[in-house]
Design a protein around this ligand. Structure first.
Ligand code: ADP
Ligand code: ADP
Ligand code: ZN
Length: 217
C-alpha cells in the first residue's frame, strides 16, 4: 500500500507517518527530513535549499522529486508513506510517473484537517530528539521523563529554525496557494479520505487506521 499524508505544516503528518512506519512495516518518505539531512551533510543540494527553507518557501519540484525517486528505489518494495510530498501539482504528476514506472499505485490520500491557530500552537511547541529524531510537543506530547527521550534516552533535543511564528505564516500561505489546489486531482480519482486532525494523537491514529483498512464510518 502506498499513501500520501496531506495537510498544512504542523497538522501531524510526521507524527502519524512515524507511527504507521512502526506499526505497518511501511517506509516514511519525508521530503522535509531528506532536505534537512542534505543541509546537515553540507551537500550541494543542502547548500542550495538552505535559504529557501529558512524563509518557509517551497524548494524546487525537480529537487524534491529526485529525492523521492531515489528513496523509492531503495525502499525494497515496502509500502510508502509520503509525508510532505507532493506539495504542488507538478510534484503530484511526477509522483504518478515515478510510481507507474515501478509498477506501483497510489492507494489513499489522507487529508489532515486542522485550524490555523492550532497549527501555530503545534509548530511553536514542536521539538525532537537530536539522536533518534522522535517528535514531541511542549504541551501536547511531552517526554515521559522531563528532558529525556522516551525512545532512546538521549537528553539532547532540537528545535527547527523554521518553526517560528513568522515563517509558519509563510509556510501556511504556500500550503493554501500551492498544495491545497492539488486535492481535486486526487478527489477525481476517489482517493481522498478526510481525517479530523484537531483530535488528539491517538484519535487521529484511529481514524487513519479506519480509512486505510476500509472500516471508516
Ligand atoms: P512541515 O512538516 O512543517 O510541513 P516539512 O518538514 O515537510 O515541514 O518541510 C520543511 C520545509 O522543507 C518546507 O517549508 C519547504 O521549504 C521544504 N520542503 C519539504 N518538502 C517539500 C516539497 N515536497 N516541495 C517543496 N519544498 C519542500
Ligand atoms: P507535520 O509533520 O504535519 O508538520 P508534526 O507531526 O510534526 O506535524 O506535528 C506538529 C507538532 O504537533 C508536534 O510537536 C507534535 O508532537 C504535535 N502533534 C501532532 N499531532 C497532534 C495532535 N493530534 N494533537 C496535538 N498535538 C499534535
Ligand atoms: Zn531519542
Amino acid at each position: 500500500m502506498n499513501i500520501i499524508l496531506l495537510g498544512p505544516p504542523g497538522a501531524g503528518k510526521g507524527t502519524q507517518a512515524a507511527r504507521l512506519q512502526a506499526t505497518r512495516g511501511m517506509i516514511q518518505m519525508s521530503t522535509g527530513d531528506m532536505l534537512r539531512e542534505a543541509r546537515a551533510s553540507g551537500s550541494p543540494i543542502g547548500l542550495k535549499v538552505k535559504a529557501v527553507m529558512d524563509a518557509g518557501e517551497l524548494v524546487s519540484d525537480a529537487i524534491v522529486t529526485a529525492l523521492i525517486g531515489e528513496r523509492l528505489d531503495s525502499s525494497g518494495g515496502h509500502g510508502a508513506i509520503f509525508d510532505g510530498f507532493p506539495r504542488t501539482r507538478p510534484q503530484a504528476e511526477a509522483l504518478d510517473i515515478l510510481l507507474s514506472e515501478r509498477g506501483r499505485t497510489l492507494d489513499h490520500v489522507i487529508e489532515l484537517v486542522v485550524d490555523e491557530d492550532e497549527l501555530v500552537r503545534r509548530i511553536t511547541g514542536r521539538f525532537s530528539c537530536a539522536r533518534c529524531g522522535a517528535g514531541y510537543h511542549d504541551t501536547f506530547r511531552p517526554t515521559k521523563v522531563a528532558g529525556t527521550c522516551d525512545a532512546c534516552g538521549s537528553t539532547e533535543f532540537i528545535r527547527r529554525p523554521d518553526d517560528n511564528e513568522q515563517t509558519v505564516r509563510t509556510r501556511m500561505s504556500e500550503y493554501r496557494a500551492k498544495t491545497q489546489p492539488i486535492l481535486p486531482y486526487y478527489q477525481e480519482r476517489g482517493l481522498v479520505r478526510q481525517v479530523d486532525g484537531m483530535a488528539g494523537i491517538d484519535e487521529v491514529a484511529a481514524q487513519i487506521d479506519a480509512a486505510l483498512d476500509g472500516t471508516s464510518r
